[in-house]
Design a protein around this ligand. Sequence first.
Ligand SMILES: Cc1cc2nc3c(=O)[nH]c(=O)nc-3n(C[C@H](O)[C@H](O)[C@H](O)COP(=O)(O)OP(=O)(O)OC[C@H]3O[C@@H](n4cnc5c(N)ncnc54)[C@H](O)[C@@H]3O)c2cc1C
Length: 390
Amino acid sequence: MESHGVVIVGGGIGGLCAAIALRQAGLDVAVYERTAAWRHAGAGLSLWPNAMRALEALGLAGEVAALGAPWRQTVIHRWDGKVLSRLPVEVLCRELGQPTLVLHRAELMRVLLEALGPDGVFPGAACTGFHREGDGVRIDFADGRQVRGQCLIGADGLHSVVRQQLFPDVRVRYGGRTSWRGIVDVTSTPIPEGEQFEIYGPGARFGICHIGPGASGSKRMYWFLLTAAPEGGCDPEGGHKEAVLSHVRGWMAPVESLVHATPEAEILRTDIHYLAPLPSWGDGPVSLLGDAAHAMVTDMAQGACQAIEDALVLARRLREDTDKVRALRAYESRRRPRTAHVAELSLRAGALRYLRNPLGRWGRDLLMRALPPAVALNQLRPVVAHDFMG
Ligand SMILES: Cc1cc2nc3c(=O)[nH]c(=O)nc-3n(C[C@H](O)[C@H](O)[C@H](O)COP(=O)(O)OP(=O)(O)OC[C@H]3O[C@@H](n4cnc5c(N)ncnc54)[C@H](O)[C@@H]3O)c2cc1C
């Protein structure tokens, strides 16, 4: 039976960053990933200075920054084009010496996989469960293979098998909204470089971001729509674009033209789920990381950023303590309050964004216009400036 110091189940952003950090810390680590084609999935991804700092510690910040587009300012509009507020994100970036970036998730995955190298990454391995064996763990896979680890890290995302075995009563919660995301090639940029537009309409929020250039050097934009919706809805085949347009017809330019220009196959629909903070993250030599431990709604764009922070803290604790079980508990006690706080802020950030009621929207828009940018920056600062390694 194959055996490793640390077995990571799940090769998403969290699992791969953890593997890189653990290997840099001198530990023997292997990643087992369910799908074979997982590396190409996804759309745009924002990385805040906290994530960039962690990537810098992994030696990958420069490479990642070269693939992304800087996000310096958010301009929030009402659906008809009226500007409600501006958030100068670059103020925080300057303070922290790190950029905020938007890039294609698949390109981040490529950088992480290259950094890790092919050894120790096993695609097509779907974990079905684990068993404690002596002072380690035996991990079972759907194809019958079994692997032994001194530790097991469940980085297997929202519907984590490892979490379900640890905490069978825990259920993911529906965030009350669904998302569509698209990436589109453009000949000229429809919004100023460095800006991100957010556009609020009845029950919906549309975002437009620059994303780094495509393989052919083409300019690309990333857009997303989030709208209040019942859980489990799906679009008819070939119907993503029409579903998006049904929410944004008549909205300010370039919303409709971007959606029209996006190939149907480049549009993804995803319901937004989250976890209430877990009572603990592990047991013995088993722990959780990333969405498996703390899936959060997307309103602060911090889910992946927090997974990257987790990776650094996990590696440091496992490097510093030869008692692996104690190191895992130390990692959890460091990360649980931080991620619960960011998850709570994310829920709060979304509370006023998807209002349908005209009076409620009028009040919210008034508040947004009145609020000085410094107030929003002060709310964001502790999230992106947090000293997660301290
Ligand atoms: C619409 C949307 C927009 C978002 N935008 C942002 C953003 O801008 N910035 C940000 O920071 N975050 C964002 N997030 C959140 C972010 O995507 C997640 O927090 C992040 O992907 C979590 O990484 P992870 O590695 O923990 O989990 P995942 O990315 O879910 O990876 C888990 C991996 O485990 C694998 N796996 C699952 N089950 C098994 C199994 N049984 N055996 C083996 N492998 C398994 C999966 O195939 C997958 O590769 C967004 C999320 C959504 C839905």
